[in-house]
Write a protein that binds this ligand. Structure first.
Ligand code: 26W
Length: 824
């Protein structure tokens, strides 16, 4: 919006709408008739979905304009969250719930015999992300809206989101995801907000008024077109914007002229342009290293920064106050090229002096690190970078020269430290280190849990931390309680409301008032009753999808997350096999019934992760069909884990598995969703589990295993699994059975490699931690038998998890890093 249109918009405020069932029913039918062209009798469920969405959308838009105008008029600082991924999931229920429209809409639809729950199920799950990082971005967007921070999410509008997973013959098969197939009523194309993005070409130096200026003439240019989605916070008053970029070729007519009648060639160009936003890279563990990925990163970074600058100049005379009015958060290093790009825009395009531009840049940016895994840290070969982004490469060299100058002046750092600080990795065929670039270009760098932040200072950023010892800080992750409690667990929400009133809905820390109810037998029983219902719902889903019947009175022991060696699904499977063998050998013992539930996707190129999925399926088949184990043990792998499935799974868990090798899980956020919904955590001292232990108290969480420093020490000593395995008969037997093909009779050697790695190397400390894990699982069995104790712990988990709300995370970012928001 321009200042003019904003002023006019402020003048004609929309008349407030009525939210009673009558009004809403009338509006839905109106949409059905005039926007969709259906009568109420002809309408199918998807028509009702669209009509309902449009009615809800109207109410959001009123507040959306209001928020935009308010931010503009108050000259508020804007927070731009740059993220390659936004794993937002379905939006209708979230919007309805945050607007407080659940009851009237349910009633309005019921008048036409339409069930709101079934309508909501038809919405595609927007999976524009891989896992933790993308879901965090989505929770943060909702919390920014809730806490009144003027937030703009900037990302990519992938045509194909995260792949759909099917399990065929026990193995993962990846299928394309097509969330946009039937259109997307939540998005608005903004053709006026489009920017040219260049690639390749040459940089020339020109003289201008006695000063030298670099001019980049890209060989290729594509258009970035904005699509806006409103993000509604709690109560719906503050509505932020998620702006996703779509790539289009520049005017095809120009292209035609350019190609002098070569139509096929012109189309190829268009295809190449549009390929940039066609698909989300499905790897969250290894750097893909593909040219297209770097194109994606630069494409959305440049578009976002051009947009930020245009907006700023529409309101202020120049860019001198940019860092007072805009904060840009880099969600991991994927948008790190932004540092060089903003410098280019400031220096080359807006003629600002280098040092001033650098000060502005560092004032604007801050960077969040989400992983310490060396194989996931982004670096790009210099030759690729230079070919694709020649001017940005020059700028990176210049930034590096400045940083190295600073490092060599004053303090005396040794050569190794200087090498560690450098933005260029000279060791591996010369590569640009995106982490270093993000770090030096930011005024604040944060980790996502206390432990992770501490480890950052001594691992990836050890050397930069010496140079800038105050730059790294901690911001522990959080999850939005709206989606992950109110919407996904209405039973528990109602129960809490009855017990402690509605205050916690506006201030989730008030959940702590539930704490004394842990001692109240009647309350505990009702709490357990809600859990039982949620488990029944999951059991039905499992029966329908997999034709496996599970007993809702057994412990639901759940591990859902990306499949990765460090997350140690394999440890869980080995414990399952050991338990199976024990039940078979000692059938007379009083075993506690368990259902082991797994879900998660493997990166398509990650062979070991795919083998782990295969093994889970093989183990499930054998155990589930063994009459000897009766109802004592069941194993289930639910395909296609996504946000919508998580919404059903989280409320249905008794046990939450958070068992990563200590030091490797940056934070985890699933751990928070489970505990908030009253699951008991079995976990290592890793990521945010450490802080969960502090908030829950050690009687209310089941911690086991090696600590991060012990893992590091054992690795340094050259630990292998061999010795431990020999001393652990349960583990040895489980490994032997799997190695011998007990679970893979069609291919007895299938798991030789996976099992061999435990003996040879045990890099992930699976053998090393097995005994402690087994013992802790048996402690959980004991606790389960004392229902009063179990339920009391479950109640305390819900009561004490309020701190892990993403509202708290966002307030910390707003106060400490962005200096933005209602209290700035
Ligand atoms: C370049 C390939 C690639 C892609 C994505 C490498 C790494 C990633 C992400 C950083 C991986 C990720 O999602 N990390 C998770 O971030 C969550 C939110 O902070 C944390 O809770 C998880 O612990 C962390 O694994």
């Amino acid at each position: 919006m321009t200042p003019d249109t904003l002023a006019r918009a402020a003048a004609d405020k929309p008349t407030p709408r009525l939210n009673d069932a009558d009004t809403i029913a009338t509006e839905i039918v109106e949409k059905l008739t005039y926007s969709i062209g259906k009568t109420t009798t002809a309408a199918r469920l998807h028509d009702w979905l669209e009509a309902t969405t449009l009615v809800v959308r109207d109410r959001i838009i009123d507040n959306w304009f209001g928020t935009t105008i308010h931010t503009y008029q108050q000259q508020q600082k804007r927070v731009c969250y740059l993220s390659m991924e936004f794993l937002i999931g379905r939006l209708l229920r979230d919007a309805i719930s945050n607007l407080g429209l659940t009851d009237p809409i349910r009633e309005a639809l019921a008048r036409y015999d339409v069930e709101l729950d079934l309508v909501e199920l038809l919405e595609p799950d927007a999976a524009l992300g891989n896992g933790g990082l993308g879901r965090l971005a989505a929770c943060f967007m909702e919390s920014m809206a809730t806490t009144g921070v003027p937030g703009f999410g900037y990302g990519i509008r992938y045509v194909h989101g995260f792949f759909r997973q099917e399990i065929v013959d026990g193995q993962q098969v990846e299928l394309p995801e097509t969330w946009l197939k039937h259109g997307n009523p939540w998005e608005f194309e903004r053709r006026e907000s489009s920017y040219e993005i260049g690639f390749g070409g040459k940089v020339t130096t020109i003289e201008e008024g006695g000063r030298q200026r670099q001019v980049w003439r890209p060989a290729e240019r594509v258009l970035a077109v904005a699509y806006d989605t409103p993000v509604v916070g709690w109560h719906g008053t503050h509505v932020n914007t998620l702006r996703l970029w779509s790539a289009q070729s520049l005017d095809p007519i120009l292209l035609d002229a350019f190609n002098a009648g070569d139509h096929i060639g012109a189309l190829l160009e268009a295809n190449k342009a549009e390929a940039i936003t066609r698909v989300l890279y499905p790897a969250d563990s290894h750097q893909a290293g593909q040219e297209l990925r770097l194109r994606q990163e630069y494409f959305f970074s440049s578009a976002s920064l051009q947009d930020i600058i245009r907006r700023h100049l529409a309101q202020y005379p120049d860019l001198s106050n940019l860092s007072d009015k805009v904060a840009v958060q880099l969600n991991d290093t994927h948008p790190a090229v932004s540092v060089a790009e903003l410098m280019r825009l400031l220096v080359d395009v807006h003629g600002i002096e280098w040092d001033t531009a650098w000060e502005t840049t560092r004032g604007v940016f801050s960077y969040t690190n989400h992983t310490l895994l060396p194989e996931a840290l982004e670096t790009w070969p210099i030759h690729l970078f230079e070919r694709l982004l020649p001017r940005q490469m020059q700028i990176i060299y210049a930034i590096n020269a400045g940083v190295l100058r600073e490092a060599t002046q004053g303090q005396t750092f040794d050569d190794e430290t200087i090498r560690g600080i450098s933005l260029i990795d000279e060791g591996n065929g010369r590569r640009v280190r995106m982490g270093q670039l993000a770090f030096v270009g930011s005024h604040a760098v944060n980790g996502v849990s206390a432990l992770h932040t501490d480890l950052m200072k001594v691992t990836v950023f050890r050397d930069l931390h010496k140079l800038y010892p105050t730059r790294i800080e901690n911001k522990t992750n959080g999850v939005t309680p709206r989606r992950w409690l109110f919407e996904s667990n209405p039973g528990l929400t109602r129960l809490a409301e009855e017990a402690i009133g509605r205050g916690f809905k506006d201030d989730i820390t008030q959940l702590s008032q539930l704490d004394p109810f842990a001692e109240d037998a009647a309350f505990r029983e009702r709490f357990a009753g809600v859990k039982r219902q949620n488990k029944q719902r999951l059991a039905t889903l499992i029966e329908e999808r997999l034709a496996i019947s599970v007993n809702p009175d057994a412990i639901f022991d759940i591990q859902v997350k990306r499949i990765h060696e460090y997350k140690r699904q394999l440890l869980n499977i080995l414990e399952t096999v050991a338990l199976y063998e024990q039940i078979r050998s000692l059938p007379h013992l009083d075993w506690t019934p368990r259902v082991k539930i797994f879900a998660g996707k493997a990166a398509p190129s990650y062979a070991q992760a795919k083998e782990i999925i295969h093994l889970a399926g093989d183990v499930a088949r054998v155990i589930n069909s063994d009459p000897g184990v009766r109802d004592l043990l069941k194993v289930v792998f639910i395909p296609n884990y996504n946000v919508s499935l998580a919404e059903i799974i989280m409320p249905a868990a008794d046990v939450s598995e958070q068992i990563s090798t200590a030091g490797l899980e940056a934070s985890g956020t699933g751990n928070m969703k489970f505990a908030l919904n009253g699951a008991l955590t079995i976990g290592t001292l890793d990521g945010a589990n450490v802080e969960m232990l502090e908030h829950l108290g050690e009687e209310n969480i089941f911690i086991f295993g090696l600590k991060a420093d012990e893992v590091a020490k054992l690795r340094a000593e050259g630990h292998s699994g061999q010795g431990v395995i020999e001393r652990q008969p349960l583990l040895r037997s489980a490994i032997d059975s799997i190695s011998a093909g007990v679970f893979s009779q069609d291919d007895p050697n299938r798991y030789a490699g996976l099992m061999g790695a435990l003996r040879d190397r045990d890099w992930w400390m699976i053998a090393a931690d097995f005994r402690a894990y087994w013992d802790t699982q048996r402690q959980l069995d004991m606790a389960w038998r004392d229902r009063a104790r179990w339920d009391a712990i479950a109640v305390r988990n819900t009561a004490r998890m309020g701190w892990f709300s993403s509202d708290r995370s966002i307030r910390e970012y707003a106060h400490d890093i962005w200096r933005a928001g209602p209290n700035a």
